[in-house]
Design a protein around this ligand. Structure first.
Ligand SMILES: Nc1ncnc2c1ncn2[C@@H]1O[C@H](COP(=O)(O)OP(=O)(O)OP(=O)(O)O)[C@@H](O)[C@H]1O
Length: 756
């Protein structure tokens, strides 16, 4: 068949599939409408019942049962409607571009070749007999991404199945028309990638299903590792691959895994927004997302937790020996040893108060703790202490039920509150008035003393911050003097602040003592930008998610907060500390984001850069502008920004610090569409964006200006990671402007830049 004929044949098939999709969309719309009407009717009925006057005691019981039933019915109809809507959305996704790939396979002994088409979701024909499209995550679809023509294998429930791959074809289909189509022997070809990567930056990350590369596919389809480490150059598709991986895992464990059991630690809030559409575009719900700062703030309720960004801004020069120690696995081992030897005498117990008066004295709590058998673990002893205190509390509630203060308060209660106090019982259920008063007194005393219960439950009888201070005090590490760090810590705690460097060991200590803080429901933890986490922090995360499989990804060379590290060094540190049984390490060295010229320049700044392979997409050489004084600097900056703004949608001016971002913004704000972004921003706009580099982690822009790439600002190799991260955010153009002479990190590679 000639190429033209083949294309016509394929277009005919696309037309046929789209007709089927159109039919199914019409059916789905009707089904959604019916479901919607049903939900509305059920909801209406429910709200009519729920508004029945519950103070009419006799009616209340019946009404409650009815309401329960109605509520379940509402939940079912809503769920039904949601499922139908999701099906409709999937069909609509498929409508313009039903698939992107085709594989032809021939099983042993078969004479006929079977053609399978691959898209973002599966689709059956109207008769529900044949698959018109296979989901990209189906086991058989793995061949599309992995296999070269010839004998291949794919997993089935009955073990690996052998087959022969005789054709692999790629399509670009827009609005139902095939705009590009070609056969390829190997993995997904570069031509498609060129088209995908050459376009202008979108505000939101796109899914990459049509062009997943082989090594990315290995990341996506790994279901066996407890710890999957993905190390990859800037722009090598780490984030893209793990988002596809989440979609893959959700598809393969539909029955046992839902999006709430997956959490992604993301580097900043802008990033969370940037990636928010990838999973929905694949028909999946988003996983939970949290930044490490948000996570810590929740754990240290009531304290203001210093963030990594604040620590970076405040820190001048290299981190202190104390900081390095507090980030190391050794500190976590010391925490374990310290908590294991704690006894009744050296735990920092504090009294539990009720309305400003001691309710449980500290000495009483200490004695209660001391009655536990010695060989019990500290966490078990604390648990036993809590149980004993709760038992006592119950006795005291019983006593309080008939006490004057409770009975006096009862008398003062407004009718509706008194009514609520009856709970399931009614006023004529009691044999005597005394019985009734005691019942109500007990319920009221329980209410009133709930604060005591909460204090026990939440371990508020231990001052974990003082305990941590005691821990610091007893540390004895050769060559490290902790005295200044301890007085800084005291000062911070006095002002209800928690310095960043203490977060992981302090939380670990608290959790080991109280035996709390762990989450056993979470199945998968993803940590992006792993190089920004101390090993101590990763050990803590591993501790609190004991059942979860970890996917940890990053780039040791995008080092903002520490020196650049050889990937091998970072990885061996991590896998040892995270103590995983089945570890898999995948390295991605091909960089897709930037033009060849930008990648070649960026990698020249790295000690280990030669491993990085630029994707072959060409553009201009990065441009360097050296200026003599501030006036010239600001003038050049404005000119360059205006030039780039005429060409691209999004230009980022990336600075080393927030102060510099403020300076740059003052110079540029007269230009229309200029925005200054801070750590509180959650949405990434288009236009001229000014921000410090740590807020641009994980993001990409059409053009980037590295603000003041001078010798002064980036004096030596310690700062190379920052300039590398800045440069690697650029997709199409990169400009470096310096006040005074260029940084030696750049100046040593003049052949890779054009100078002005
Ligand atoms: N297989 C692919 N097909 C199409 N585009 C891809 C592919 N892999 C990566 N990309 C694109 O390359 C760019 C960089 O990808 P991504 O942000 O996932 O890289 P990263 O390794 O997480 O980068 P960084 O560490 O620099 O933040 C994105 O625009 C992404 O869409």
């Amino acid at each position: 068949m000639t190429e033209n004929n083949e294309r016509q044949q394929e277009q005919k098939r696309v037309d046929f599939v789209i007709e089927q999709i159109d039919d199914q969309i019409n059916e789905a719309k009707a089904a959604v409408e019916t479901a919607h009407n049903e939900t509305r009717a059920v909801e209406k009925n429910y709200s009519a019942n729920a508004s029945v006057n519950l103070y009419e005691i006799d009616d209340a019981m019946d009404t409650n049962v009815q309401i329960q039933q109605q509520r379940q019915l509402v939940a079912r109809t809503v769920e039904n409607e949601t499922i139908l809507k999701r099906q409709l959305t999937t069909l609509q996704e498929l409508q313009g571009s039903p698939y992107f790939g085709r594989i032809d396979i021939k099983d042993d002994g078969d004479f006929e070749t079977e053609s399978l088409y691959i898209g973002v979701a599966s689709l059956m024909d109207n008769d529900q007999t044949d698959f018109l499209i296979y989901d990209w995550r189906a086991p058989i679809s793995g061949i599309y991404y992995n296999g070269s023509l010839g004998k291949v294998e794919y997993p089935t429930p009955n073990g690996p199945q052998k087959t022969e791959l005789t054709k692999k074809r790629q399509f670009t289909i827009n609005d139902g028309k095939i705009t590009n189509m070609f056969d390829t022997n190997d993995t997904v070809g570069d031509e498609m990638l060129q088209a995908a990567l050459g376009s202008q930056n979108d505000q939101l990350m796109q899914n990459i299903v049509a062009t997943i590369q082989k090594e990315q596919n290995d990341i996506i389809r790994d279901t066996t590792s407890d710890l999957l480490l993905v190390h990859g150059a800037a722009g090598s598709g780490k984030t893209s691959a793990i988002l596809q991986r989440i979609a893959y895992l959700l598809y393969h464990s539909r029955a046992s895994l839902n999006a709430d059991q997956i959490v992604l630690f993301s580097p900043n809030r802008l990033f969370s927004h940037y990636i928010s559409e990838v999973l929905p575009s694949l028909g999946e719900r988003n996983m939970r997302q949290v930044t490490f700062a948000e996570f810590l703030t929740r754990r240290f309720e009531g304290l203001t937790v210093e963030t990594l960004f604040e620590q970076y801004e405040a820190q001048h020069g290299t981190p202190s020996a104390v900081q390095k120690y507090l980030e190391s696995p050794q500190v976590m081992q010391q925490v374990e040893a310290y908590t294991a030897q704690l006894t009744a005498e050296n735990i920092e117990f504090i009294e539990i108060q009720f309305e400003g008066q001691p309710f449980f004295h500290e000495s009483h709590i200490r004695q209660t703790f001391a009655t536990n058998p010695e060989n019990m673990s500290i966490a078990d002893k604390i648990l036993a202490t809590k149980n004993a205190l709760i038992k006592e509390l119950k006795l005291r509630i019983k006593e309080a039920a008939t006490a004057t203060w409770i009975q006096d308060e009862l008398e003062q209660l407004p009718t509706d509150q008194l009514h609520d106090l009856y709970g399931d019982r009614q006023s004529d259920d009691f044999d005597s008035e005394d019985e009734q008063l005691e019942y109500l007194g007990k319920r009221w005393a329980t209410n009133r003393l709930r604060v005591v219960y909460d204090a026990i439950y939440n371990n508020h009888f231990i001052d974990s911050y003082s305990q941590y201070r005691e821990f610091l005090d007893q540390l004895n590490v050769a060559g490290i003097d902790f005295s200044q760090a301890i007085s800084d810590y005291d000062h911070a705690i006095e002002f209800h602040q928690m310095p960043f460097e203490h977060c992981a060991p302090a939380l670990y200590l608290r959790d080991l003592i109280t035996g709390s803080g762990q989450n056993r429901q979470l199945e998968y933890v993803f940590i992006d930008e792993m190089q920004d986490y101390s090993v101590a922090a990763l050990i803590y995360l591993k501790h609190i998610f004991p059942k979860a499989k970890f996917t940890v990804l990053g780039d040791s060379e995008q080092a903002l907060y520490s020196d650049i590290e050889e990937p091998e060094v970072l990885l061996s540190r991590l896998s040892q500390s995270l103590n995983a049984k089945r570890t898999n390490l995948i390295s991605l060295n091909r960089s897709y984001r930037s033009t060849t010229e930008i990648t070649n320049f960026a990698k020249s700044m790295l000690p280990d850069g030669e491993k990085i392979i630029p994707f072959s997409r060409h553009g201009e050489l990065p441009k360097a502008i050296e200026t003599r004084d501030e006036v010239a600097f600001n003038q050049q900056l404005s000119q360059e920004v205006s030039r780039l703004a005429g060409k691209y949608d999004t230009i980022a001016i990336l600075t080393r610090t927030m102060d510099q971002a403020n300076q740059a913004y003052r110079q540029l704000r007269h230009l229309q569409g200029t925005k200054l972004l801070t750590a509180n921003d959650r949405v990434l706009p288009t236009g001229i964006l000014v921000m410090p580099i740590y807020l641009a982690k994980g993001l990409e822009f059409d053009a980037v200006i590295a603000y003041d790439a001078s010798k002064n600002n980036y004096p030596n190799a310690h700062t190379a990671g920052i300039l590398y991260t800045i440069s690697s955010r650029a997709m199409h153009e990169l400009t470096l402007i310096s006040l005074g002479s260029l940084s030696p990190i750049v100046a040593n590679h003049r052949s890779l830049i054009s100078e002005q």
